[in-house]
Structures are given as structure tokens and as C-alpha cells.
Ligand binder design. Structure first.
Ligand code: ATP
Length: 266
């Protein structure tokens, strides 16, 4: 037995989803999805197109109302709360401070008409920062963290490459110090070499900041690199869940076996 002191185990999950269901008329978006996310944990959600990943992500991140089910979150000040039972202003504040959402298309998460610095700085202002010098310093610092040169601070995102825009979106999301980050195909639509660099950056930030994250992707290489645990969806339901390496190296469900082998053959 090692003498090294053990870090205390977290007492409770950060985020709990119970029996979440969302239908579009008669069509199932996602059905009866339940899982827990622990502090500092990264969960990957994979499945083919139409399997319900985006519907699930929209419902759990508060962007869409589910038809049934509950989402609970361990807040810093109020303990664990039912997110939908919060008042609208509280819910909005939670989503703006403790939570963050990285969209697949950076244009959906950035303001394209203002500078890179303003994209980062206005998030700080939205949570009460007022001192111009401090805001600009923080924005410069965050641009550096996502490998954007400080001299680009006054450029608009339209003058950036796709990979740079995505890195800027990440800075804009993380500047307010969230604890939980939702990511929808964060490397989708980028060249392979740009994807690899972005994945490295995300992995470094997640570890350094101790973030919890839920990442939706159809790309198994993304979850292999980023996710501690994996949930495999098909037809709106979860068909398999487990530690990422375990699920990818020894898939149990025939659908997961197919997903893994189709990547191997590709
Ligand atoms: N606005 C909508 N109206 C009707 N049906 C929808 C709507 N959005 C999604 N669906 C249906 O819900 C199911 C799940 O779709 P969803 O977009 O959540 O899957 P996905 O796994 O995210 O797919 P993709 O990877 O292509 O984004 C599909 O059958 C889809 O056709």
C-alpha cells in the first residue's frame, strides 16, 4: 500500500440526469437517459447521426425542455438543485457562470462583429467585471492560453482561421471560470492537423482547470483522447456505458462493436 496521501473523494456527483426523455411528435429524440457526472470527470457521448446526441445535450444544458426527467446540479451556494425548478434569473446566471457551452460552429458561440478581446471581455462584464484595464488584461491572458497572439486582440473573429475561431470560442467560455462545460462536436469541420492541436489544447485546459465536461461527438478518436467515461447512444437510448478504454477495447453491445469496427476498417 502506498503512503501517498489520497485526495478526498468527492462526496456527491456534480451533475445528475434521471429518466430524460424528449420526443418530436411521435419521433423519439432521446428516451429515458440517466447518468451521473462527478467533479473533474469528462463524459463522452457517441453514436451515429440521428442517435439523439444533440437532443440530449440541448436538454441537459438547459437549451431545450425535455418532456420528462430531471437534471440536478451541485451548485456552489445552494447545494444540489433541480435545474428546471430554479427561477429563470437563477438558471440564466448558472448557465452564464458555472456552465459553458462550446458549439461545433464557432459562429454560433462568438459575436462575429466585435473584436477577439471584446468576445472574451464581454463575458467578464456580464458577470459584473467593470475595470477596463483588468478586463483587457484577463482577455489577453486568455488569448495566450488558447494560443492566440496578443497582437490579434483587436481583430474580429472573421479574420481568424476556423481553428483560431474555435480556440477563441473556448477562451470566451472559460474566462468566467465555469465548472461544467458542454461541448458539441468541438473539433467537427476542422482539418485533421488542426483537430489534433485543438484536442491537445482542450485536454490540457480540462486537466489544468479541473473541469467537468460532457462532450458529444461521432468521432471515437476525440473521446479516446478526452473522455474518462463513455455513453453510446442508438435510436435515442443509451445502449452501453463504461470507462472509455474498456468500452472501446472490449465493446459489449453489438452496435458499439459495429461503431468500433467501422472505425478500424476506415
Ligand atoms: N427539430 C426536430 N424535429 C423533428 N425531429 C427531430 C428534430 N431534431 C431532431 N429530430 C429527430 O430526433 C432524433 C435524434 O436527433 P439528434 O439530432 O438529436 O441526433 P444526433 O445524434 O445529434 O445526430 P447528428 O449527429 O446528425 O446531429 C432523430 O430521429 C432526428 O430526426
Amino acid at each position: 500500500m502506498s503512503d501517498a496521501p489520497l485526495a478526498p473523494a468527492p462526496a456527491a456527483p456534480l451533475f445528475t440526469v434521471e429518466g430524460l426523455t424528449r420526443r418530436y411528435g411521435a419521433r423519439i429524440g432521446c428516451e429515458d437517459v440517466s447518468f451521473e457526472l462527478w467533479p473533474g470527470e469528462v463524459m463522452g457521448i457517441v453514436g451515429e447521426s440521428g442517435s439523439g446526441k444533440s437532443t440530449l445535450l440541448s436538454c441537459i444544458s438547459g437549451q431545450m425542455d425535455p418532456d420528462a426527467g430531471r437534471v440536478r446540479y451541485a451548485t456552489r451556494d445552494l447545494g444540489t438543485v433541480d435545474v428546471r425548478a430554479l427561477s429563470e434569473p437563477r438558471r440564466r446566471m448558472l448557465m452564464r457562470t458555472d456552465w459553458a457551452f462550446v458549439h461545433q460552429n464557432p459562429r454560433d458561440g462568438l459575436r462575429m462583429t466585435v473584436s477577439a478581446g471584446a468576445n472574451v471581455g464581454e463575458r467578464l462584464m456580464a458577470v459584473g467585471a467593470r475595470h477596463y484595464g483588468a478586463i483587457r488584461e484577463s482577455a489577453t491572458d486568455w488569448l495566450g492560453k488558447v494560443e492566440i497572439a496578443p497582437e490579434r486582440i483587436d481583430d474580429r473573429p472573421a479574420a481568424f482561421s476556423g481553428g483560431m475561431q474555435q480556440r477563441l470560442q473556448i477562451a470566451r467560455n472559460l474566462v468566467t471560470g465555469p465548472r461544467l462545460v458542454f461541448m458539441d462536436e468541438p473539433t467537427g469541420g476542422l482539418d485533421v492537423s488542426v483537430q489534433a492541436r485543438l484536442l491537445d489544447l482542450i485536454r490540457g485546459l480540462v486537466r489544468e482547470l479541473g473541469l467537468s465536461a460532457i462532450i458529444v461527438t461521432h468521432d471515437l478518436a476525440v473521446v479516446r483522447l478526452l473522455a474518462d467515461r463513455l455513453m453510446v447512444m442508438k435510436g435515442g437510448r443509451v445502449v452501453e456505458t463504461g470507462l472509455t478504454d474498456q468500452v472501446l477495447d472490449d465493446p459489449q453491445h453489438p452496435y458499439t462493436q459495429l461503431l468500433v469496427s467501422s472505425v478500424l476498417q476506415a
